[in-house]
Write a protein that binds this ligand. Structure first.
Ligand SMILES: [Mg+2]
Length: 178
């Protein structure tokens, strides 16, 4: 059904307690995340995670810790047999159109280049307006979640974007898609 499903990280598949996470021991998936991902895996054979981590450039987040968190995420997906192809992250503040930082589309273009992803037949799921804007720029279907920062962005998203679905969380989104 989808060539790929792109997931935001913080606030989408995992808790986002401080707006950034700098230690793998602070990184916690939502309790329903893998149940939801298992359902979503019947709709695609490629997952990607695309995450803004500008805390790297401000010194709030260390790149080694980001790499540790991502090693943990790869491991957990692999244990569940979920086809996570790649985690892309943006370490900058540049928000130009082709920037890696969402709403820039650089991470999506990189997935297109690295894995031949057909973006127009893919889905983006996230809890920030930038997730939805980046997805729309790539002509992807988008789902906006009310976890993480979702409630703060809801009115802005409703005014400026056209998400395919707005859902309470990732599990509800997966159930609605099925
Ligand atoms: Mg987020």
């Amino acid at each position: 059904m989808f060539d790929a499903i792109f997931l935001d990280r913080d606030g989408t598949i995992s808790h986002d307690p401080y707006g950034y996470i700098n230690n793998v021991s602070d990184y916690h998936f939502f309790d329903y995340t893998f149940n939801a991902l298992e359902k979503l895996s019947s709709l695609t054979d490629k997952f990607f995670i695309v995450t803004n981590q500008s805390g790297i450039s401000t010194g709030k987040v260390d790149v080694e810790n980001v790499e540790n968190i991502h090693a943990f995420i790869y491991d957990q997906f692999e244990k569940k047999g979920l086809p996570l192809k790649k985690i892309y992250y943006a370490d900058n503040y540049d928000e130009s159109f082709h920037s890696f930082r969402k709403p820039g589309i650089g991470m999506f273009e990189q997935a297109e280049k690295d894995f031949g992803v057909d973006l127009r037949n893919s889905l983006m799921i996230g809890d920030s307006i930038v997730d939805i804007q980046a997805g729309e720029r790539c002509k992807m279907k988008t789902i906006f979640l009310l976890t993480g920062m979702g409630h703060d962005y809801l009115s802005e998203v409703e005014e400026n974007c056209e998400p395919y679905l707005i859902c309470d969380n990732l599990l509800v989104a997966a159930e609605k898609l099925l």
